[in-house]
Design a protein around this ligand. Structure first.
Ligand SMILES: Cc1ncc(C[n+]2csc(CCOP(=O)(O)OP(=O)(O)O)c2C)c(N)n1
Ligand SMILES: [Mg+2]
Length: 330
């Protein structure tokens, strides 16, 4: 028998699944548009694309509160859009325009929107990690219940500052999630040629730090894992390290595929593409009984929003020469 409770639960699930899908689709579509327009040479910034990793940013941000804080890397398109959904700001920065939060001085590698808790990204591997630990310390002192999530690649774990930061966070019991977006590569170098140990989870577990890992493209699984991690960070007052694996669809920097390059095997893409995070959620929506028409309407709305943001970014002005030294600290 179908009870009212069951219907309510199903509606709640569908609503959440729609939220996931909207964000995933938004991120993918923004990057597809970057690929379309990049050759026009109006986006004067290197591109480190998130494609393939979308479920990680969306799943973690879904588990965070609006005023929780995130820090990222030069590969943070997905994280920025998952946290802010602000496509106007995103494209203004990508096109280097004055209308962006950073007035177009940062480009793709330096995104920042503190009003949304998006604290910043940097091109220097691992450099956001100690800053994020500082923010977590400030939050603990302020007793404000905020969580910090710092995202970094598997290559960042080879930097000394990662270990110093992990040590301090473990010692001071800071409310922070260390989110390792693990694509197995640092530029073109696989982990087997970089590390003197097998399992990062085993090593991190020796600290006073919780540690979990997952190999999935299912945003729902990542959301649940992140929620569990955040609950435990809050109740046990310990930091947490999450290792989340994904397949980088495009070249290290740039907007092209490089599946035929010698540094990675050709059979891998197929396995991962079968469970593409966006395709997977779309199929789930259909399984939940959501009509094709409703899904395409959502996609059309998102497409229009993105097209409008790109048009506004293209029309906007660059910052003037007189502003060049504003905000420079050194
Ligand atoms: C401190 C530092 N060393 C070296 C580099 C050059 N570099 C840029 S990206 C990169 C690889 C980083 O790999 P990973 O952290 O796994 O991130 P991914 O690109 O895979 O997302 C390196 C070595 C850098 N930017 N900063
Ligand atoms: Mg990597």
């Amino acid at each position: 028998m179908i009870t009212t409770e069951k219907i309510k639960k199903k509606n709640k699930i569908s609503k959440l699944n729609l939220q996931y899908y909207k964000k995933l689709y938004l991120i993918r579509r923004c990057e597809e548009k970057i690929i379309t327009h990049y050759s026009e040479d109006q986006m004067k910034t290197p591109m480190h694309m998130s494609m393939g990793a979308e479920a990680i940013a969306v799943g973690i941000c879904q588990a965070l509160e609006a005023n929780d804080q995130v820090f990222g890397t030069y590969r943070s398109h997905a994280l920025f859009l998952a946290k802010t959904e602000d496509t106007d700001d995103f494209f203004a920065e990508i096109y280097g325009k004055q209308t962006a939060s950073l007035k177009g001085r940062g480009g793709s590698m330096h995104l920042c929107s503190p009003d949304y808790g998006f604290m910043g990204t940097s091109a220097i591997v691992a450099s956001a990690i100690p800053v994020a630990v500082g923010a977590a310390f400030a939050n603990k002192q302020a007793n404000n219940d905020r969580i910090v999530a710092v995202f970094f690649g598997d290559g960042a774990v080879e930097e000394g500052v990662f270990w110093e930061s992990l040590n301090l966070a473990s010692l001071m019991k800071l409310p922070i999630l260390f989110v390792c977006e693990d694509n197995g590569l640092a530029v073109h170098t696989p982990k087997s040629q970089r590390r003197g140990y097998e399992s990062i989870i085993d090593v991190v577990s020796n600290f006073n730090c919780l540690a979990f890992e997952a190999k999935t493209t299912d945003v729902e699984v990542i959301h649940k894992l992140a929620s569990k991690a955040i609950d435990r960070v809050k109740t046990e007052m310990l930091p947490c390290f999450l290792r989340l694996r994904y397949f980088r669809y495009l070249e290290h920097v740039g907007v092209n595929q490089d599946f035929d390059a010698t540094y990675r095997s050709k059979d891998k893409p197929e396995q991962w593409l079968k469970v593409d995070p966006i395709g997977l959620q779309r199929r789930k929506l259909k399984d939940l009984g959501i009509e094709e028409e409703e899904i395409t309407d959502i996609e059309m709305d998102i497409n229009s929003k993105i097209d409008s943001s790109i048009a506004k970014a293209k029309e906007a002005d660059f910052s003037g020469i007189s502003e060049l030294y504003q905000g420079v600290l050194a």
